[in-house]
Design a protein around this ligand. Sequence first.
Ligand code: ATP
Ligand code: LTN
Length: 346
Amino acid sequence: MTSSPSHGRKRILSGAKPTADSLHLGNYIGAVRNWVDMQSAYDAVFFIPDLHAITVDFDPAELSNRTRVVAAQYIAAGIDPDKSIFFVQSHVPEHAQLAWALNCITGFGEASRMTQFKDKTQKAGADAATLGLFAYPTLMAADILLYQTDLVPVGEDQRQHLELTRNLAQRFNTRFGETFTVPEATILKESAKIYDLQNPTAKMSKTGESPNGSIQLLEDPKIAAKRIKSAVTDTGTEIRFDLEQKPGVSNLLTIYSSLTGKSVAELEAEYQGKMYGHLKVDLAEVMVDFITPLRNRTNELMADPAELDRLLARGAERAREIASVTLSQVYERMGFLPSLRLAGVR
Ligand code: ATP
Ligand code: LTN
């Protein structure tokens, strides 16, 4: 088997597409924050899947700007490019190269069963769906398998893609010889799900109906505070966690707990006998304290794009050191003639 992480720590890998002008609070609490926490215990690889971002309609100028902003936001949120390998997918050509090899061992029917493809095709219309969208899961498998990844922290919606990745790894290993680590999904907890502030039964999303429903991590902290204060709450007055009866208040409690580290039970006790307004005013303050430094740090990084690009270039170089080893083994085992480039001469 190829280079598993050398120093005994398990390797984790994850990524989130640059498909919005800013990460929102749901992305942070549901994903980025966990990745930041995992950096010390694991050998971590994080990347921005820009090749995946073009599988649906996109605008080139927007894509490059979004890729930079999201990169800056990850670093501002605590992804440490010294601790973790952090890079942009398109900077590491091995992703597209391995994806092609995997396409050729993936059944057409197998790929057709991916529910995300079916959903997106339905939404965009069959004519708008591209081969790229169809091959999204095999590119994702390549992302994971190139790095001999042990664990992939993702949301529940990615479980089927992970299952396909495991199947492809096993299939390749059986047919061509042990090459890939078979990764496991670590599905992020449902408790970390953040809901829309205006419609608290829908998840906070970049495509929510009302802009007031989400908190963008790059927005003016005053606006974020306002959105908390005008969040929809429920009938009754009691501040209690109850997703069924009190989705609005429960969502505020989850956010509050996530940003302060206080447990929901502690917060319930603290706010016993108080009004929704008290909770909102306090949480608005917590939000301002959270967003202000994050936003300042993001803006600082954005103000020096050359430095940001240098950090990303270094990340891509570190990624290629691992990815090129895996790809050359794959090519060799599949019977491709060795090329000078693959032998390490660039
Ligand atoms: P959106 O609905 O905003 O398009 P998404 O899931 O497509 O959300 P991605 O950019 O793919 O967004 O998500 C990055 C990560 O953020 C994923 O791991 C996803 O599970 C997580 N995430 C997105 N929205 C939320 C949310 N409301 N609560 C918790 N986690 C979320
Ligand atoms: N499909 C994922 C993003 C993604 C990813 C990956 C996640 C692309 N490649 C590899 C983990 C590992 C999403 O939409 N959240």
